[in-house]
Design a protein around this ligand. Structure first.
Ligand code: 5GP
Length: 188
């Protein structure tokens, strides 16, 4: 039987990475992480081939030209991210399930491509006001950057109806539990 594809998308600051890590820590969901390609620099602790396939901009462009991506997006100006065909098709043919952490437009494209074989989950903040409050209390971004992130989040939230499921990350434990159950059902 062919494997399933799970997509998780969320505006930045919604706790998506925490939720995904918690799902893997749980260890009961039979799926592996699809490693995307990007031309951004690795952050501290990120390893090539594990968190991302880190490519130069030229290598990324070549990969586009060679048709190696299922989807790719310029998520931030000059920063490209893409799902490699090799990460998905071989696994799915072998019956393995994969989970993709990709942006909202990528998630919508994967759903269009794979239809019922893909389950898309949108993680959203309780409200835009609450997201702004979280970003402000984190204290890492300037007011301009916070405005940009909030504006981007509003745009992304407007696309939530195109996802199969929406999970509101108000209480982390509840959000992890709901996401877990959606995925367990999809893989059953
Ligand atoms: P970060 O640089 O923080 O790791 O990721 C930035 C954004 O790029 C996140 O929203 C992440 O989900 C998205 N992203 C990561 N990989 C892919 C991908 O392969 N395709 C798309 N469309 N977005 C991705």
């Amino acid at each position: 039987m062919e494997g399933k594809i799970i997509v998780i998308s969320a505006p930045s600051g919604c706790g998506k990475s925490t939720i995904i890590n918690r799902l893997f820590d749980g260890g009961d969901l039979d799926m592996r992480f699809s490693v995307s390609a990007t031309n951004r620099q690795p952050r501290e602790g990120e390893r090539n081939g594990e968190h991302y396939h880190f490519l130069s901009t030229e290598e990324f462009r070549d990969a586009i030209a060679d048709g190696r991506f299922i989807e790719w997006e310029e998520v931030y100006p000059g920063r490209y991210y893409g799902t490699l065909r090799s990460e998905i098709d071989n696994a799915v043919e072998k019956g393995e399930n994969v989970i993709l952490d990709i942006d909202v437009n990528g998630g919508i494209n994967v759903k269009k491509l794979y239809g019922d074989r893909a389950t898309t989950i949108f993680v959203q903040p309780p409200s835009v006001g609450e997201l702004r409050r979280r970003l402000e209390s984190r204290g890492t971004d300037s007011p301009e950057v916070i405005d940009q992130r909030v504006a981007r989040a509003e745009y992304e939230i407007s696309k939530a109806p195109q996802f199969d499921h929406a999970v509101v990350n108000d209480d982390l434990e509840q959000a992890v539990g709901q996401t877990h159950d959606i995925i367990a059902n999809a893989l059953a």
